[in-house]
Design a protein around this ligand. Structure first.
Ligand SMILES: [Ca+2]
Ligand SMILES: [Ca+2]
Ligand SMILES: [Ca+2]
Length: 135
């Protein structure tokens, strides 16, 4: 599933490059920013990211037990990342653990450390890993 998702992402990201430049063609990352960028300054900051991630957590948390298991996470967090993201080691992420993971990925996706993630930063592997937690 992760593999297919990666292929799909790669195809979606590569597609606009093959097309003539058009003001209408918005890369996927720009749409992610538009969805998360509540103050419309063109970049996403940690508060915006956490608000979006909190909404995603609530949406994914279908059995209302307050945690997300790997099934509910639907490939957003790999087994390896799960170990780091789950310090109490109960095999699920509660909202605090999910938001802590989001914050960790945000920092990795912001190499210039200006506290915001722009479209270019969101297109990096670290940016894409963050974006996976926001939708
Ligand atoms: Ca913003
Ligand atoms: Ca946990
Ligand atoms: Ca930045």
């Amino acid at each position: 599933m992760t593999f297919n998702r990666t292929l799909l992402l790669a195809a979606l990201l590569a597609a606009p490059l093959a097309l003539p430049v058009s003001a209408e063609a918005k890369p996927k990352t720009d749409r992610t920013i538009a969805a998360v960028d509540t103050d419309s300054d063109g970049t996403i900051d940690l508060a915006e990211v956490k608000a979006a991630a909190g909404a995603v957590f609530d949406k994914l948390e279908k059995d209302a037990d307050g945690t997300l298991d790997t099934k509910e996470l639907q490939g957003r967090v790999s087994r390896k990342d799960m170990k780091q993201a789950d310090p109490d080691n109960d095999g699920t992420l509660d909202k605090n653990e999910y938001l802590a993971l989001v914050e960790a990925r945000f920092k990795l996706a912001d190499p210039d450390n200006d506290g915001t993630i722009d479209a270019k930063e969101l297109r990096t592997p670290a940016g894409k890993a963050l974006a996976r937690l926001l939708k």
